[in-house]
Design a protein around this ligand. Sequence first.
Ligand SMILES: [Zn+2]
Length: 131
Amino acid sequence: MALSRRRLVYERANGRCEYCQSPALRDILPFQLDHIRSRKHGGPTKLSNLALSCLACNTFKGSDIAAIDPETDTLQPLFDPRRDVWNVHFRWDGPILVGNTAIGRATAALLRINLPTRVDYRRSLMRARLF
Ligand SMILES: [Zn+2]
């Protein structure tokens, strides 16, 4: 059961982190099933509350469900891969993830998607045409 749930989440996400879009096949660490609304806040372990996440995004997200938008200094809900459309909230500027919205900026900041090591990793994937 756990295996099939994992497969369903993986396939629904096309094998990419639903936050930073990193390809799971290229990562040295296994991707995780993120509880979009964390268990700490009553989030169920159901397909509708799960997202495929790389280890970095899942670790920085932790059990948080909201974060501060660095531009407006306001509390925002985190990007919800089941409810929100990625391209509405985010865009790429080369290997840098840009938040289009307060939700996008708050999520990118909390999940530290633009840490220099992560940007370098994406740049190398882009050079190899894998991202
Ligand atoms: Zn990620």
